[in-house]
Ligand binder design. Sequence first.
Ligand SMILES: Cc1cc2nc3c(=O)[nH]c(=O)nc-3n(C[C@H](O)[C@H](O)[C@H](O)COP(=O)(O)OP(=O)(O)OC[C@H]3O[C@@H](n4cnc5c(N)ncnc54)[C@H](O)[C@@H]3O)c2cc1C
Length: 561
Amino acid sequence: MGVMTAQDETSRAAILTVDDDPAVSRAVARDLRRQYGGRYRIVRAESAREGLDALLQMKLRGDVVAVILADYRMPELNGIEFLEQAMDIYPGARRVLLTAYADTGAAIDAINVVDLDHYLLKPWDPPEEKLYPVVDALLDAWLDSDHRPVPETKIVGHRWSARSSEVREFLARNQVPYRWYSTEEEEGQRLLAAAGADGLTLPVVITPDGEPLVEPTDAELAARVGLATTPSQDFYDLIVVGGGPAGLGAAVYGASEGLRTVLVERLATGGQAGQSSRIENYLGFPDGVSGAQLTDRARRQAAKFGAEVLTTREVVGLEVCGSARRVRFADGTFIDAHTVILATGVSYRRLGAPGLDDLTGRGCYYGSALTEAMACAGQDVYVVGGANSAGQAAVYLARYAKSVTILVRGSSLEKSMSYYLIRQIADIPNISIRTCTEVTEVCGEDHLEMLTLRNTATGDTEIVNAQLLFLFIGAQPLTDWLDGVVVRDRMGFVVAGPDLSPDGERPRGWDLDRMPYHLETSVPGVFVAGDARSESAKRVASAVGEGALAVMLVHRYLEKT
Ligand SMILES: Cc1cc2nc3c(=O)[nH]c(=O)nc-3n(C[C@H](O)[C@H](O)[C@H](O)COP(=O)(O)OP(=O)(O)OC[C@H]3O[C@@H](n4cnc5c(N)ncnc54)[C@H](O)[C@@H]3O)c2cc1C
């Protein structure tokens, strides 16, 4: 017989009993269940090995164990050796050794060796007198300490492991709750041991079911934490590429108006807005709203109307196949639809300073101010950029950091940042601004330690100590995959509607007897919305609005074809 657990009981703390004599084992479990079964999960094992396996499984699942009772005389490991190993897994659990009278000497010795809480002489009849008072006292003591179950995903990583910080960012942006454990903490070490991982390859992600994943890819993570990654159909009315505000807007309107809609996002929904700590100018949110909240609501709204949302799927090709529009994924597979809305937004430009690539994710971060904010406590933080995104990040980080220095290449913030934000920053004492300054080198052993700053007016350089650097240095559309398919402007933004025919002439290659609709690209039935569009407003509200408008034009296109 094996270890007994029940799925629906996982939220309750466990009492584990281990005895190699099946009759005794059953008797202990029966007595315990009778008294404690309503409040605790009674787990029974018939060997030390089985008991340890049960503890490891429970550790990975994030369950808590209140009391462990082990028989002294067992083959393989005796009760004391077993409890010693159990302590490594659950140091907070109270420990009881079950002994026969002849073994009391060993039990007394064990009090010192394994910090035993109690020993019980067998038989303990009647349990009301001999067993329950002991277990009651141990449970009271255990309840006084703080041991709560951790049912969510657990990440064991290191602060300066680039992939650890990417995984946190990925889960946070997909609204997947997780608990972070550093490898420097004892609990982190215990989880690594339970997962059988050496800690050299990080992070180790443990799913809520207790399955350990060593340095998983985004796609593996998405699949294991319940995010959809594969389309359910091969033909749709509408494919939306990109899951930022424009794409989510299009998915909500498309699905709510009865179009079979699928949204494909290469990373996590939310786009740039998902990284904003506070959007203050979005209609209907007078006190501001975080990008994560806005994304979570939009995503739920899209799902409610029946839109499919695929994450971690990058689109690498768009093809015209007769009246169908084909969207190809990086793995070569594809889906078709009557229409496509391109909502791929823009991505951060990279800074070319020597040393930066190596330290990205190890103290240097592009845009991800939110998940790293806690790490800023008491630190000197630098933010590069002069636009609103940099300003918002500085305001947010200043709540935690000792100091925040905004580094701006230009001579003032006025040209690039909104007036309200400049005023807000001026009122925060631990934010300072260095204009005419650029980062020319980034140094550090295994994480950021120093920055070289250059004054662009005088050419003087200065080396400063820095633990954290956040970069918000503008963005570019990643639209190379559309080359030769749709018309793009000099910078790579997708040209649409009247902008395709500034002279009023029909665009080249356009063979319909109507002109392109407002957000329609040079390929009929393919539309663009949001920041990816040439001459777009680069605002959340306009991106959402364009997503909705594009759906209206999709309807018009479908009616006429
Ligand atoms: C930190 C920050 C703060 C901001 N604050 C504000 C603010 O306060 N107010 C405001 O109005 N605006 C703000 N903005 C600007 C605003 O967020 C953007 O204008 C808006 O997000 C644009 O939406 P979008 O959907 O067009 O593009 P994006 O938000 O860029 O989303 C595009 C999405 O498409 C995905 N994608 C790209 N290529 C592919 C591909 N090939 N396959 C699959 N998916 C792909 C990306 O991963 C991304 O998720 C801020 C921007 C940032 C970065």
